[in-house]
Design a protein around this ligand. Sequence first.
Ligand SMILES: O=P(O)(O)OC[C@H]1O[C@](O)(CO)[C@@H](O)[C@H]1O
Length: 321
Amino acid sequence: MILTVTLNTALDVTYRVPELRPHASHRVTEVIERPGGKGLNVARVLAALGHDTVVTGFVGGVTGTVLRQLLARFAAAPPDTAGAPHGTITDALVPIAGTTRRTIGVVDATTGDTTQLNEPGPIVTTPEWTAFMDGYGRLLREASAVALCGSLPPGVPVGTYAQLIREAHAAGVPTLLDTSGEPLRRGIAARPHLVKPNADELAGLTGSTDPLRAARDARRRGARAVAASLGAEGMLAVTAHGAWRAAPPRRLAGNPTGAGDAAVAGLLSGLVEEVPWPDRLARAVALSAAAVRAPVAGEFDRTVYEEVLARVEVTEHPAAA
Ligand SMILES: O=P(O)(O)OC[C@H]1O[C@](O)(CO)[C@@H](O)[C@H]1O
């Protein structure tokens, strides 16, 4: 199975409003709730691709209960699989006394733009952390890969992902890290197999706005491979075996929330299936584009995925880092 870690899970709420205006009062025309936080979205996409997944992290309070109920529902009947075989999603979330946060996406129906509001998340106590680490160690024994995704709840040390990466190394499990800021910087120094920053996160980490230069710098800092998302321009991968850029055939309009999570699912599935890097990157770009065409994070449009996958253009950079 593939393990995804979401320390700061979230009840994802998507509101649709006719037009989003500052200082105005809005009538919401549609409300969609999903079990969220990046690792849960990654797991839902992986399951739709046929992979068995286990999700862990923390969950608590009323929102945590709703999140778990939704997760069970989507695990039983995932959308967008259209008769395709789908993998299992096993809930190994650790209960806490605090309350799981909400993340609110407001979609402006006029422009199609999404405004995201992410709550900080609950406090995690020392006994709760110990329970998580015990479970993490056990889950690693069954995992073919682990994804460490999203922000940290308040008070959780910034070196936490580095610690989880070292544990996975000790268990012989490859790691993918998708976070930002100081947790990303510390995590990279622990030598994850792959990091998936976006261009802004890479620039924040390295000080360079040139994604190729920044990705090479991130490798020098410890990441064994870097797959950077470049928005509508696709993705860039810099690995020990070469560097590639993959671009979708056209710019797709829609809700970009969760596009990065779909890309992570594509990269992880490619890793465990040992797909060559150019095809792995093409899969990530196609899933990312197909996620933009889905109304909420954690889902993708299968027809768009197949159409884009057939037409992604992958080019190799002349010199590997
Ligand atoms: O942990 P954060 O960085 O706050 O990200 C969480 C959020 O990101 C998303 O996963 C989109 O990538 C949302 O579903 C939301 O839960």
